[in-house]
Design a protein around this ligand. Structure first.
Ligand code: FMN
Length: 204
């Protein structure tokens, strides 16, 4: 179903309300957390997508606009993009919406390993340094990305634990052709790709 309105274009995906109870007990999810690199071609359901994104980087204290993962000085500069077969989307956590960036399938640009192009979802973690005051065109030193790498690690681990709980598979990846992927995403120079994470149904 497509909803259109003031904050939602017809191309956007309105996510169902995330399921914030249930799942496997934490200790069991930790025991089952693992990296997966072989996936079926099955799509994730919208409910799984919503739950996964909320687990990773959703709002869990709306009154304080705070999230399921910590971030240094609460800058919340990490943007989570979802590369799906139908296009590229930006996760809008407060709105619980996937905002469409474009309708091209760019999964093949998300990584160098063959499974990346065919798995149903690649998350792309982007440090939006504009939120830290970095202007377009300004030089970015590696050391300035230290906190963004740490912040991304927490989000990615949340996704790992959600996947363990929901019998999905995932792999966090540093092997990302950033020079090719950034233009495919239409990123500005002050938006830096940190890591990518492939998610899907594991091939047993
Ligand atoms: C920062 C980071 C980058 C990684 N990059 C890749 C990658 O590019 N490709 C890949 O297949 N696995 C990648 N991995 C996954 C590791 O290979 C994996 O976590 C490790 O082999 C341990 O396996 P486990 O996650 O099942 O415990 C990465 C893991 C981390 C933490």
């Amino acid at each position: 179903m497509v909803f259109c309105g003031v904050n939602l274009n017809c191309q956007d995906i309105a996510l169902p309300t995330p399921e914030k109870t249930g799942g496997k007990p934490l200790m069991q999810a930790l025991n089952e957390r693992q990296t997966t690199r072989t996936f079926t071609k099955d799509d994730l359901s919208l409910q799984q997508l919503s739950d996964l994104l909320w687990a990773g980087w959703g709002i869990n204290r709306p009154d304080q606009k705070k999230r399921t993962a910590p971030s240094a000085r609460d800058f919340q500069e990490i943007s989570v993009y979802a590369a799906l077969p139908g296009g590229l989307y930006l996760y809008d956590a407060p709105g619980n919406i996937l905002k469409q960036v474009h309708n091209r399938d760019i999964r093949a640009f998300c990584g160098t390993q063959p499974f990346v192009a065919t798995a149903p979802l690649n998350l792309i973690y982007v440090a939006d340094l504009g939120k830290l005051g970095k202007k377009e065109g300004e030089e970015i030193k590696d050391a300035e990305l230290f906190w963004s790498y740490a912040n991304t690690g927490f989000i990615a681990q949340n996704v790992y634990l959600y996947c363990a709980s929901a019998n999905l598979g995932c792999v966090i990846r540093g092997l990302v052709p950033k020079d090719k992927l950034a233009p495919e995403m239409g990123l500005k120079s002050n938006q830096v790709i940190i890591l990518s994470q492939t998610v899907g149904v594991p091939q047993r």
